[in-house]
Design a binder for this molecule. Structure first.
Ligand SMILES: NC(=O)C1=CN([C@@H]2O[C@H](COP(=O)(O)OP(=O)(O)OC[C@H]3O[C@@H](n4cnc5c(N)ncnc54)[C@H](O)[C@@H]3O)[C@@H](O)[C@H]2O)C=CC1
Ligand SMILES: O=C(O)[C@@H]1CCC=N1
Length: 283
């Protein structure tokens, strides 16, 4: 039995039951790392609550009720809704391990909103957690214990990989792993479009595109080789791949991806500075 599996099962309370919370909850249930009966979730939206209740999760419109019934809290509301959500805990975060997945919101701001005694962890997960292929970065606030970190890892490792970073790198991680799946979906869609352009049926093109991305990613992780070296193994002199790579370079493909990560990281930092309710999403 591993050290993690010998830990007592805590009750997990999710504040906000939208896309990221659902991906984590369903990923954890799917991995068997927690039973639905040990999960509570609050959300003002009946649709969000009903969707999770169908998975056996106990739901409530009240953040305070979920906080009261939970050992560990996961804050999964939009950054702009964080101040209101924390106020809604009604002091129920005091003395608890509280994990925030919100982009940009610094530990100091969370601590000020929750009040005394909470042990805070900031996590940047991603939605592939739903299928057990998540990539998360996390940092620890003051007073977080080894047992707390073990619980955080129990959550994150049940749905993918997790790497600890200093808080100063959380916005960077947000630009890469938090937002990154969307960049890759756009790439898969474009690869599929390319397949259709040269005559493949759409369904076949999308399946080949997605599996090609999955296979290439697995090659990077399994071989430990530099992606550039793996790229060279595909490109024969005078062959098809180098012709395609030339077209990519003309389209500034790599600059576009580098810029996408940078833009997302900058936006994460901005979200951390903005007063609640005044972000562009409310404009
Ligand atoms: N969607 C993604 O790929 C990722 C999202 N995140 C972070 O996760 C957080 C949630 O994002 P999503 O799930 O995408 O958004 P979402 O809009 O799907 O979910 C947020 C939920 O919070 C609920 N909510 C609003 N005010 C609330 C309050 N006062 N108390 C309780 N619940 C409240 C909303 O009704 C909604 O269901 C954000 O902070 C985001 O930065 C982090 C990594 C990836
Ligand atoms: O777009 C967003 O704001 C969230 C945070 C990271 C990924 N999605």
């Amino acid at each position: 039995m591993s050290a993690l599996s010998s830990l007592p099962e805590p009750r997990w309370g999710f504040i906000g039951a939208g896309k990221m919370a659902s991906a984590l909850i369903r990923g954890m249930i799917r991995a068997g790392s927690v039973s639905p009966s040990a999960i509570l979730a609050s959300d003002p939206s009946p649709e969000a609550r009903n969707a999770l209740a169908a998975d056996g999760v106990t739901t409530s419109p009240s953040n305070a009720e979920v906080a009261l019934g939970s050992d560990v809290l996961v804050l999964a509301v939009k950054p702009q809704a964080m101040t209101e959500a924390l106020a809604g805990l009604d002091g129920g975060g005091a003395g608890k391990l509280v994990i925030s997945v919100a982009a940009g919101v610094p530990l100091a701001r969370l601590g000020a909103g929750i009040g005394t005694g909470a042990r805070l962890v900031r996590v940047m997960p991603n939605t592939p957690a739903l299928v057990g292929e998540g990539a998360s970065a996390y940092c620890l606030g003051p007073g977080v214990t080894e047992a707390d970190e073990a619980l955080v890892l129990r959550l994150l490792r049940s749905v993918g990989i997790a790497r600890r970073v200093p808080e100063s790198l959380m916005d960077a991680a947000t630009g890469l792993c938090g937002s990154g799946p969307a960049f890759v979906y756009a790439a898969i869609e474009a690869l599929s479009d390319g397949g259709v352009l040269v005559g493949l049926p759409r369904e076949l093109a999308t399946q080949l595109a997605a599996q090609t991305v999955l296979g290439a990613a697995r090659m990077v992780l399994a071989t430990g080789e530099h992606p550039g070296a793996l790229k060279d193994q595909v490109a024969s002199p005078g062959g098809t791949t180098i012709a395609g790579l030339h077209a990519l370079e003309r389209g500034a493909f790599r600059a576009a991806l580098i810029g996408a990560v940078q833009a997302a990281a900058l936006r994460s930092a901005e979200l951390g500075q903005e007063a609640p309710g005044h972000g562009p999403s409310r404009a």
